[in-house]
Design a protein around this ligand. Structure first.
Ligand code: NDP
Ligand code: OXD
Length: 312
């Protein structure tokens, strides 16, 4: 049996779609009358404290989100394998966001918007894409997709990850030892890391001060589409005010929804979106997890299983 436990999402709609896709295999929701011992799979997003109560026969926890940082902090998370969402549709959506914001900062959107506001005709030619270095932190599923889409636009692309990557056209930097060199070669910093103890707060004043200066007229830019826990928001505000950063695109925040009193709302050249960079689409999610459940029930191994020790 598959149990759905989704918060902030239309659980009824997902349940209906799963039932259609899974045929005879029973699908239940919280509040339905079912025996918890018959639940072999649970599909979760933002699970409540009692989400796993009585589920002694779980074979897998299926995560609607690609990021599992919050799930891993659940005090009663069972020992079953955790499968996260990995899907071309999700990757495409994230890359749509990344490409839009990288090209916006590359073409000096902030500057020309301010000129327009001031009715000022001031010619300035942004550098060519091939003169502009995009550094992607996190070269996993989403980082690789973003790189693949930025390269044909002409950008110089480099990556930073725990293990070395061999991707044509992408310069790979690895681990803490090469972090400074990576930053020194980056005009637009894109964050697609998972949130772990090692990556918490990585977007901070020290990081910003090490980014390459001189290519983008207003200063280097950051794009954070991963997790709010990666960023020190007070440092971002200061960096934008002092010109250490020329612009910031933020989709995620230390506290969500971003509180009304946050200084980020008024920070210069700060582009805020409400955690919408990429959604796990219902149709692709149902397809992916249905296949996963069917395969697993037929004896095939689970895929995209989270390594709990690494934290992603
Ligand atoms: P992956 O697990 O596929 O990739 C993670 C990458 O980060 C890997 O390249 C990994 O290195 C690297 N990494 C992890 N820890 C470190 C570290 N300490 N130092 C350097 N590199 C590190 O994740 P995805 O690409 O699928 O997703 C990334 C994140 O995007 C998710 O965790 C989630 O938080 C966020 N997300 C946000 C969404 C939104 O709407 N805003 C939507 C979907 C996801 P290595 O390859 O060596 O293991
Ligand atoms: C995710 C998210 O992790 O939507 O998938 O943030």
């Amino acid at each position: 049996m598959l149990l759905l436990h989704l918060s902030d999402v239309d659980e009824a709609s997902w349940a209906k779609a799963f039932q259609t896709a899974l045929g005879d295999y029973p699908v239940v929701r919280r509040g339905d009358d079912f025996n918890p011992k018959e639940v072999h799979y649970i599909f979760v997003w933002k699970p409540k404290a009692d989400a796993f109560e009585g589920l002694t026969e779980l074979r897998a926890v299926l995560s609607l989100g690609a990021g599992v940082d919050a799930l891993l902090k659940h005090p009663d998370l069972p020992d079953a394998p955790i499968v996260r969402f990995v899907d071309n549709d999700l990757s495409q959506r994230m890359s749509d966001y990344v490409v839009a914001h990288v090209t916006m900062h590359h073409r000096q959107f902030s500057r020309f918007a301010a000129d327009q506001q001031a009715r000022r005709w001031a010619q300035y030619y942004p550098p060519a894409a091939h003169e502009t270095h995009v550094g992607i932190m996190g070269m996993g599923v989403l980082g690789q997709d973003a790189a693949k889409r930025l390269l044909p636009l002409g950008f110089k692309v480099s990556s930073w990850s725990r293990s070395a990557k061999h991707i044509e056209g992408v310069e790979s930097y690895v681990g803490a030892e090469q972090f400074d060199a990576f930053l020194a070669n980056t005009d637009i910093l894109v964050n697609l890391l998972p949130l772990t103890p090692e990556t918490t707060g990585i977007l901070n004043a020290e990081t910003f001060s090490k980014l390459r200066k001189g290519t983008l007229q207003g200063g280097p830019a950051i794009v954070n589409a991963a997790r709010g826990g990666h960023q020190r928001e007070a440092d971002i505000v200061n960096a934008l005010q002092s010109g250490v950063l020329g612009a910031a695109s933020l989709d995620v925040f230390e506290v969500e929804p971003l509180p009304e009193q946050s200084a980020l709302w008024d920070a210069p050249n700060c582009y805020i979106t409400p955690h919408i960079a990429a959604i796990s689409d219902e149709r692709s999610g149902v397809r992916y997890f249905t296949q996963m459940i069917n395969d697993h029930r037929n004896g095939l191994p689970l895929r995209n299983v989270v390594d709990r020790k690494r934290g992603y």
